[in-house]
Structure formats: C-alpha cells, structure tokens
Design a protein. Structure first.
Length: 519
C-alpha cells in the first residue's frame, strides 16, 4: 500500500532531581604570591565538561573555577589574587533514565567557604546545587496520506505547538576595551567581574540574534606609585548571532543562556602601553524553538477490495498555553557592617538568586526564594583599602499564568538580571536588583496516530448481510464518513443519492446504496 508518513516530535518531562555536592580541597599559595593576611572576596564559576546519560544514572564532569581576592603583607599594594581549578565528577542515580534521554543541568553556588590553614595554605569548601531536568524526546512516524485508489480515509486535524529545534550551542563574545585616559597603565590585573544585563534571543531568518549589555569591572595594580590600586568599568552593547537554519520570525523561541568561560587578558595598545583589556566570554545556550501548526493525519480508513487493519500508537501533542517574561524590581537598605575604616565608594556588586519553592495556582505561579549581594568597596582603612560585605534578602513574586492546571507542563527559569549598590546617609547601603522570571507552559493532548496499515481479505459473508439499499436514520455521533464505512459504500455515493448533502444531523433520513467492489 502506498502511503506518506511524517515525523511528529515532542518532549516529555521524565524526571526532575536536585542534588547537592561538596568540593573540599586544600590549596597552596604559589611561590610568586605574597602571604595571605585576610580573604576579602571570593567567587567562582562552573565549567561543565561532560554530561553523560547512562542507564539509571547521569555522569557529570567539570571543574569549579575558584577566584579569591586577599589582603597581603605587601606594603605597596596590600592586595593579591588567587586562581584554582577544582575538578569534580559525580554519578547521580535517577531511576528510569536511559542514554537516549535529554538532560538540562542548572546550578547554583550555595556557599564558598575559605579557611586559612596558615599564611601559605588555604582550605576551600564549595557547596553546589545541581538541578537536573530529564526529558525524553518523543518521535513517532505517522501516516498522513494514503494514495491507493479505492481507499477512503478519515483525516484528523489538530492544532499543536510543534518542537522544531532542540539543541545546545555556544555564543562567543569578544571585545577589546581601552582604559579611560585618566587611568594609569596596567601593571597587574587583580580582580575582574563580567555581568550580563537584559540578554535576549530573537529569532531571525536562519539565525538567532543575541542582544543585551555586558558590564565589565577591572581592579588592577597601576604604574602610578602614588595610587597603585586602580579600577575601571565598561558598559558594552552585546550583539552576536548563532546559526540556526530551521528558525524563522514568527516561531516561538525559548533561548536559555548561562555564562560560561570568561577570560580577560591585558594587551599593549599601538604605543606599546598596557592599556587594552581583551575580553572573551562564552554563553552556554539551551535552544528550543516551537511553531504553531495545524497537523493533518489519517485517523481511519477502509477499502472496497480489502480489509484494512491499522496499527495505532498514542502520542502526546503539545499546545502552547502561554509565554511570559516578568521582572521583579526590589530595593533594600542594609546597615553597613564594616571593620575599622569607612566606606568611600562601591566598586562592584556581585549578585545571585535562588528559588526555594514554586506553588502552582489557578492564576499563575507563586515563587519564593532569596537574592544575595556581595559588595566590594573602597575603604578609608590604610591596611585594607578594599573590603567586602555580603547581604541577602528573601523574596516572594507572583508570575501570572492563567489557565494553568496541575496536569500541564511548564518551565520556569529565574535569573538575576541587574544589581547595583549605592551608599546612603546613616551608614547604610541601598541594594537595587532586577530578577527575571522566564515562563512557558504547554497543554498536552494524547491522541492516537496511525503508524502502519495492513491489508487482509474481505469478509464477504459479512458484506452479504449488509442490505443493498436501505433507509437510514442518522444517530448521535454519526458522520457521512462513518455511515459510508458501516454500509460498505462511499461518501460520494451517499451524497449522490441524497441531493448532494454535505453534513448530517441526528434524525436525518438517508438513502444508502451498498457498493460491492468484489474484484
């Protein structure tokens, strides 16, 4: 039998698991660095190297890139920095996962704790929380057309949101930044921070356009002996593209972006002076693109010269309920908890947020969590001119999502978009933050689809029992097609005998003539 098939795709949320891991390592101070007097600020990034799906478990391999700024016994600068790569490899047991499954991994850095063993040795303890979303990519090859003559088919149409693209990619941002004219040449880079603001992925013809703002902060030792510790800030527009041949304007895109590797290098300018900062940043992109479509496929069929035996399978079709991006803005004043010395100026604010609970209601999602701010600032204390304080604040935010039920599938990504800190009168600091809640939801509809059909000989004894001509009163649920199948005739024959009738309703009377088709 000659028929045409189409691949239907979908993603089924299979399992979600949250695990916490701890990395403990003792690290020696390199011989070229001065002794540690005090740790001022720490930060870190996770670089995932491998994520391997196995039977009933997931293997994650990567490294935690630790950076620390510390007060030193160097009488000239009092500042130095440390960098360590702490490798990790974890096997996470998740019942029912298989190598063909797809996993999305998100992480939060819960705590970075450092303990000075002595002035030349540091104990680092990092607590990380990984959230693993295991999805099963569904694929079914269903019959959408049957071309054999004599076959009458019943087509079914369904409005769906079809998954067009499901992949991971990396976007790379490269910039050459020049020091402002009033800043001294760079002798040594001490500390840096790169933040992204208002990152957006826009679908274009065969590409994904990524736009936003990149904030770069640099703390460094300058060649000015009078003011050895200097800093600089840049605000850089972001515009880059990722190739995606399947996408087009009008489709629905969900582009998740997490910061990856960050590298800053000092380079000489055209005059040979160390005044150029080369920035190379990667964004790990999780790309899902959907398209609203009307799918038409064969739901049933019969033949005048053979018995058709269809084979069906059940498939979950998804329909987009809603897509929403909400922004929570918050401001909070905290007392400045300083050691001796007064705050002169805020240098940078390193922020993060984590979600503790999500409650689904009829109107949307009630999200509870915590945002944190790590503030680096200049102090009047001569021995420690740069200091740091940490602040945190719980939050509750409502994301509107009408029509969502407990049976529907939803995805919520929460990220900190912007954070600033400003000293105020009365020894307080005001922290302002913007947190983005990126939400999408789907309603699943389970339908049978025909994946194969076989032919068997007709049961002529049964056909003989069907009257050659009959008057029939239409019942609830009847259609011209179902009546034609039951009486071994065609829709066209019924229409010919009944003045070209297009639709039927309960109580209508039809004249039906059986088609024998005994070749």
């Amino acid at each position: 039998m000659d028929f045409n098939k189409k691949d239907f795709y979908g993603i089924v949320a299979k399992e979600r698991k949250q695990v916490q891991i701890t990395i403990d390592q003792d690290c020696n101070v390199p011989d070229t660095k001065p002794d540690i007097e005090k740790i001022i600020q720490t930060k870190g990034t996770i670089l995932m190297q491998e994520t391997e799906m196995m039977v009933d478990r997931v293997r994650m391999k990567g490294e935690f890139h630790f950076q620390g700024l510390y007060g030193a016994n160097d009488p000239r600068t009092f500042l130095e920095s440390l960098d360590y790569s702490l490798p990790f490899e974890e096997y996470i047991h998740i019942e029912g996962v298989v190598p063909a499954d797809y996993v999305k991994v998100k992480y939060t850095i819960d705590d970075i704790n450092t303990v000075l063993i002595n002035s030349r040795k540091l104990s680092i303890r990092v607590i990380l929380t990984f959230t693993l979303q295991i999805n099963e990519e569904m694929k079914e090859e269903a019959i959408v057309d049957i071309f054999d003559e004599g076959v009458s088919t019943l087509k079914k149409e369904i409005q769906v949101t079809d998954l067009i693209v499901n992949k991971k990619d990396i976007a790379r941002l490269k910039e050459e930044l020049v020091l402002p004219a009033n800043k001294a040449n760079i002798y040594q880079m001490l500390w840096s921070q790169v933040d992204m603001e208002n990152l957006q992925g826009k679908l274009a013809d065969h590409t994904i356009e990524i736009q936003g703002i990149m904030h770069v902060f640099l703390l460094y030792l300058g060649e000015d002996e009078q003011v050895p510790v200097q800093y600089a800030r840049w605000e850089v527009p972001v515009h880059t593209e990722i190739e995606c041949y399947e996408c087009a304007p009008g489709m629905v895109g969900r582009i998740g972006m997490m910061p990856g590797n960050q590298q800053l290098e000092i380079r000489p300018d055209v005059d040979g002076e160390e005044r150029v900062v080369s920035v190379d940043v990667t964004l790990d992109c999780d790309i899902k693109i959907y398209e609203d479509q009307t799918l038409s496929y064969v739901d049933d069929g019969y033949h005048m010269n053979a018995k058709l035996v269809p084979e069906y399978r059940m498939f979950d079709f998804e329909t987009l309920i809603g897509k929403n991006q909400a922004i929570m803005k918050a401001a909070k004043r905290f007392p400045i908890q300083q050691e001796p010395g007064k705050l002169l100026q805020v240098l940078s604010v390193k922020g993060s947020c984590s979600v503790d609970d999500v409650e689904v209601t009829k109107q949307g999602l009630n999200v509870e969590g915590v945002w944190m701010a790590d503030v680096l600032y200049l102090s009047t204390e001569d021995q420690t001119p740069v200091m740091s304080d940490t602040y945190m604040e719980p939050f509750t935010f409502f994301v509107e999502a009408r029509g969502l039920t407990g049976e529907d599938d939803y995805q919520l990504d929460v990220r900190l978009d912007q954070m600033t800190g400003v000293p105020t009168e009365g020894d307080e600091i005001e922290i302002k933050t913007s947190i983005v809640f990126d939400f999408i939801s789907f309603h699943k509809t389970e339908q049978r689809v025909m994946v194969d059909v076989k032919e068997e000989p007709l049961d002529y004894d049964m056909i003989q029992k069907i009257p050659g001509i009959v008057g029939y009163i239409v019942k609830d649920g009847d259609s011209l097609w179902s009546i034609a199948k039951a009486f071994f005739t065609t829709v066209e024959s019924i229409q010919e005998q009944n003045e070209g009738i297009e639709e039927v309703k309960p109580g209508d009377t039809l004249l039906i003539v059986k088609e024998m088709g005994c070749n």
